[in-house]
Write a protein that binds this ligand. Structure first.
Ligand code: 4NP
Length: 158
């Protein structure tokens, strides 16, 4: 069976999408799918290319014993439309910026993260780079990653 490839996208690729990448990988490993699902993240902006996750993201991942080893920021590229099956955008601006690139029309699974959590009132994962609230982001990221893996299990792994 070919692998399912999942990419999380935010603005800087240092706070929210690396948190989602690390949490989702942890969950995928725990459910025994590490050979079936490939996980990555990127940012629509280029300011932090090559940098590790933000200290706030690292701290909350450390607290929860979730690895982010080797992760460094990179920028989203049009090539990602071909390389990934699910492109999960952390907020509406990220979604708009991804949709603005050539190639997005052919891609059926560009998703907004909060659409995985219909019972939550927010439409966007709040950006902790500005709010400083990494705990709130962690709660949403945990819940959304579980919902995404449930969906992938139903859609692809039955
Ligand atoms: P992220 O947060 O998109 O969750 O990684 C941000 C990180 C950096 C910047 C903005 C948002 N920045 O403007 O440098």
């Amino acid at each position: 069976m070919s692998q399912i490839k999942v990419e999380f996208v935010c603005l800087g690729n240092i706070c929210r999408s690396p948190m989602a990448e690390a949490v989702f990988r942890h969950l995928v490993n725990a459910r025994g799918y590490s050979d079936k699902i490939v996980i990555d993240s990127s940012g629509t902006g280029d300011w932090h290319i090559g940098r590790p996750p933000h200290e706030g993201t690292r701290r909350i991942l450390d607290t929860n014993h979730i690895s982010y080893e080797g992760m460094v920021a990179r920028q989203f590229t049009e090539q990602d439309f071909e390389n990934f099956d699910y492109i999960v955008c952390m907020d509406s601006n990220n979604l708009r910026d991804v949709h603005a690139l050539p190639g997005s029309d052919q891609h059926s699974k560009v998703i907004r993260f909060m659409d995985l959590l219909p019972d939550e009132k927010e439409e966007n994962v709040p950006d902790p780079y500005y709010t400083g609230n990494f705990e709130e982001v962690y709660r949403l990221v945990q819940a959304g990653c579980k919902a995404l893996l449930d969906r992938i299990e139903q859609e692809e792994l039955q």
